[in-house]
Ligand binder design. Structure first.
Ligand SMILES: [Zn+2]
Length: 112
């Protein structure tokens, strides 16, 4: 699994000038890798503005909110993140019964 720093270099051309870095755990790097690869293939003119964890899942905000391919990629990434531990990348579940709402595998369930 590539690190978030590696992804930022690999996909630097796909990131908007205002991009502040990946604001999520390393466990989602494979989800981000897939999303950015898909973006480069199917919506290469669109740039990623924001990638952050919010209410337990990964939210991607693109600089073109009307592009259908980019919107589909963001939706797929959000769905995938809800099944992927944000800490380690293993299969996880969205824990919404206590705070903060988060996606974790069994090992990292208690980690905030
Ligand atoms: Zn985990």
């Amino acid at each position: 699994m590539r690190s978030l720093i590696d992804l930022q270099q690999e996909y630097s051309g796909m990131l908007a000038p205002t991009f502040r870095g990946f604001e999520c755990g390393e466990g989602w790097s494979a989800v981000l890798d897939r999303a950015l690869g898909d973006l480069r293939r199917s919506a290469p003119q669109v740039r990623l503005s924001v990638a952050k964890e919010k209410l337990g899942t990964l939210r991607l905000i693109m600089d073109d909110k009307l592009d259908a391919n980019a919107s589909a990629i963001a939706r797929r990434a959000e769905e995938a993140s809800a099944q992927t531990c944000e800490m380690c990348g293993e299969p996880g579940r969205l824990i919404s019964t206590d705070c903060p709402v988060r996606t974790r595998c069994a090992t990292h369930e208690a980690d905030r």
